[in-house]
Design a protein around this ligand. Sequence first.
Ligand code: AMP
Ligand code: ZN
Length: 114
Amino acid sequence: MSDCLFCKIVAGAIPSKKVYEDEHILAFHDINPKAPVHVLVIPKIHKATLLELEEADKDAIGGIFLAINRIAREKGVAEDGFRVVANCGKKSGQEVFHIHFHLLGGRSMQWPPG
Ligand code: AMP
Ligand code: ZN
């Protein structure tokens, strides 16, 4: 098995609090939430960063945004507003090198982010 933490979560080798799953996508609660609602939405296929995306990944990535739309409504943050964050690379603060989108909501956000 790959040494990637999120691949292990996809494979079920590491437990997660699942929010949504389909053929290409998994969403689960962040283990160290930075907001009342903090869900990570990931493609099941391993890609370290957004820079590895290719033409063939278009549908999977589009599906991630549809999942975010659905989860935001289900978690009750759609009306008040929420934030979607994708860190890419060292200076962004990316810690897990498997593409993921943070869905954050349930509190006011600052701009610009730190
Ligand atoms: P990033 O800094 O963008 O790479 O975000 C990685 C996120 O993964 C952080 O918000 C962590 O809290 C979260 N995380 C790390 N390990 C786990 C885990 N086992 N289950 C759920 N979330 C995790
Ligand atoms: Zn991975």
